[in-house]
Structure formats: C-alpha cells, structure tokens
Design a protein around this ligand. Structure first.
Ligand code: UT7
Length: 324
C-alpha cells in the first residue's frame, strides 16, 4: 500500500517576554541599527525563569492539535527537534508526551541544530510511509537564550526562544482542497567545519552545558550555497522545478541569507516567508513558527507547494517539499 503523509495542522507557542534590540543595546555593546541592518532582526522572545523547552513545545503541540481538530489520543509518535533539551535525558519528547497525558505510542528527540525540523520531518515522513506511525506530532522547540554568552555581541543578538509544531498524518485533512503532503525531503551533513558553529560544553566532554560559539560570516557563506543547492535537488528529485513552487519557508537566521538564497534561485521576495524580524533565530523552532504564521494569515493555502529549507551547526542542512 502506498501511504502519504499529509499535513493535518500547525501550531506555535512563544514566551510572553519580548526583548527588543533597543533593550539589548543597554546591556551589550551593540545598536538597534547594526542588528537590523546586518540581520533584519528587531526583537526576540525570551523564556521566563522555569519555562523550559518542553513547556514551549507542549504549547505548540496543543495549538497544532486544535488547528487539526484532533484529539491527543490519536497521536502515536512525537518527534522533537531541539538542541536545548530540558535535561540531558530523558528526551524532551517524552516530557512533552507526559504533559500531553499520553502514555501510548513513542517519543524521541532529534538533534540537528537549526536543521533539526527538516531532519525531524524527514524521519516522521519516512515512519508514516513505512507504516510505523499514523499521526505524528513533529515539534521544533528551543530555549537558545539558555546557551548564549550574553557578553558576546557577535552571537547573543541573533537568537531567541520559541516552538512550532506540525501534525503529519496518514489521513488527509477533511478540506477538499488539501494537498498531497510531504512530496520529498533531503538531508545532508558534513562535520568538517564543527569549529565554525558549536557549543563549548556537554555532558561527556566538559560536564557543563556550555555556550554557543560561532564565526558568523563563514557560516553565512556555506549556508547560502548549500541552501540553494539542496532546494534544487529536493525539488528535482520530486519531479519539480523551483518555479513550480508557490512558497519558501526558510530557517530564519538572517534576512540577508534569505535574500541571498532567493537571488540565487530567482525567487520573488513575496514568495519567501520571513519572520526573522520578530522571532530572530529560534534554531529548530524557526521553520514551524514561520509556517504557522504564513498558514494562519492565509498566505499558504491548501494545495500550495511549499519548500522548507535549513542550515545549521554540524554542519547540517536540508530541504523538504510539501503540498499543503
Ligand atoms: O542558524 C544557524 C546558522 N547561522 C547563521 O546562518 C548565521 C550566519 N551569519 C550571520 O548571520 C552574520 O554573519 C552575522 C549576523 C552573524 C554577522 O554579520 P556580518 O555582516 O557577517 O558581520 P561580521 O561578523 O563580519 O562583523 C562585522 C563587524 C565586526 O567589526 P569589525 O571587525 O569590522 O570592526 C564585528 O565586531 O561587526 C561587528 N559586530 C557587531 N557590531 C555591533 C559583530 N556583532 C556586532 C553587534 N553589534 N552585535
């Protein structure tokens, strides 16, 4: 039997606290002007004390279930993409599973940093298509504020906290215009450039959590090339050209990366969903957060083709083509 993985619903959850560039410039040697010009970021959300990645992911999961009009008991798999888990173990996915009151099915985390959501979607899609799961909550959730060095202006201005979720299902949405779901996914990695983007701590190496370190301008160069190539490859292997696709929902790292990739692929600015101004870089949460915005404000409609794409630490990168 040929199984499809349809997109039944989307959701998101952000912390209440907003930290503007202006506020940040009072404690860090930076300016609103520099951050906006170099990144397109105006503000970011910061989790409250005691508010963990699982709390944000749980909020996004509830929102997605409501959007899909599904009961939580229908979920048989939870995949959480995160690099900022609540604890070293158990997984944030099992913590969310318990918060949802679910004691059935399976739950696990995936760690591919900013590409995590594309990786998670790729695994969830494969598990639906091979018959291992029927209704999957795919969540990207992060509290990067906890691993930032707030004295390092080259990194602390770039990131924020949040979560987004998507429900993939063997059953199509009831809407008669609903698309065919995940058409193709493409994931890649290369560990050669680890020192350009990493966290300088971990349970085995240092027994600490560590802080994020990045040589941003070098990451930028690699990101633009790999993103453009992976989208072409992802579309091509599904039998499509880039200009068959209505919407592009990139990982939201930097407005200038979004524009450079769009230029390489000859995309119109209006086709590229950008939420970097108000979410900043939320790592694995950034794609589902942006997808949620563009679906709920009515831009992305049932039947539209949507390309997701991401690049992050590892390096990891990838793309996913959907028909919503
Ligand atoms: O999500 C995972 C993937 N991550 C990314 O994709 C991030 C990719 N990289 C970037 O987004 C950009 O490279 C940054 C936004 C991180 C930096 O922008 P840039 O245009 O590449 O700047 P730069 O690193 O080359 O730095 C230019 C200047 C430097 O000063 P000098 O050496 O020219 O005097 C920096 O010290 O800007 C300075 N600078 C700042 N100034 C004010 C760096 N950060 C700041 C800051 N405020 N926050």
């Amino acid at each position: 039997m040929n199984l499809n993985s349809y997109i039944r619903g989307v959701g998101s959850h952000l912390p209440a606290r907003v930290l503007t560039n202006e506020q940040l410039s009072q404690t860090v040697d930076t300016s609103d002007e520099w951050i906006r010009e170099r990144t397109g970021i105006n503000q970011r959300y910061i989790a409250a004390e005691g508010q963990n990645t699982s709390d944000l992911g749980y909020g996004a999961a509830l929102d997605a279930l409501a959007n899909a009009k599904m009961d939580v008991s229908e979920i048989d798999l939870i995949v959480v993409a995160t690099s900022t888990p609540d604890l070293t173990f158990p997984s944030t996915a099992t913590i969310i599973q318990e918060k949802l009151g679910l004691r059935t099915g399976a739950a696990f985390d995936i760690q591919a940093v900013c590409s995590g959501f594309v990786y998670a979607l790729s695994v969830a899609d494969a598990m639906i298509k091979n018959g291992s799961a029927e209704n999957v909550l795919v969540i990207g959730a992060e509290t990067f504020s906890r691993i930032l060095d707030w004295n390092d202006r080259t990194t602390c201005v770039l990131f924020g906290d949040g979560a987004g979720a998507l429900i993939l299902s063997t059953t199509p949405a009831k809407n008669k215009n609903a698309g065919r779901g995940v058409l193709n996914t493409f994931i890649r990695s290369n560990g050669q450039h680890k020192e350009l983007l990493y966290v300088d701590g971990g349970p085995s190496a240092t027994q600490t959590v560590g802080k994020l370190r990045m040589q941003g301008n070098q990451v930028f160069r690699h990101a633009v090339k790999e993103l453009a190539d992976s989208m072409k490859e992802c579309a091509g292997k599904a039998g499509y050209e880039i200009n068959d696709i209505e919407w592009f929902v990139p990982h939201q790292a930097n407005q200038r990366i979004l524009e450079a990739v769009a230029k390489r692929l000859d995309l119109r600015r209006a086709q590229v969903v950008s939420t970097v101004a108000f979410h900043a870089n939320t790592s694995a949460a950034s794609i589902p957060l942006a997808l949620d915005v563009a679906i709920k404000d009515g831009r992305i409609k049932r039947g539209h083709k949507v390309m997701l794409e991401a690049f992050g630490g590892g390096f990891t990168w990838g793309a996913a083509l959907l028909e919503y």
